[in-house]
Write a protein of this length. Structure first.
Length: 101
């Protein structure tokens, strides 16, 4: 049971990583004028991606300075996920598995 919960948690985190990357790509496409935000489908996708990523990106934006008008908060979030969240969850999983065995 514990294994299934942690596998689901890791998959959800991986899915959120893809959402953050998609939001970055979509932001670039909008910024360079490749996509038109006045199109209803484009606006719905942008709105969805913004609502999914902004709650975690906004606190990071408040801490990180903007460098040459480049938003580094998605990079910081992805690094936090990769180098903090995954190892911590891995250690918790290992401790639970030792405790069960």
């Amino acid at each position: 049971m514990v294994t299934i919960v942690f596998q689901l948690l890791f998959e959800l985190i991986q899915l959120y990583t893809w959402v953050v990357l998609s939001a970055c790509l979509f932001s670039f496409l909008l910024g360079f004028g490749i996509l038109d935000p006045r199109q209803p489908v484009v606006w719905k996708i942008y709105n969805f991606l913004s609502r999914m990523t902004e709650p975690l990106l906004q606190p990071i934006r408040n801490i990180l300075p903007t460098v040459a008008n480049i938003d580094l908060s998605p990079l910081a979030l992805l690094l936090l996920i990769q180098y903090v969240l995954y190892p911590v969850l891995g250690k918790i999983y290992a401790m639970l598995m030792v405790g069960i065995a």
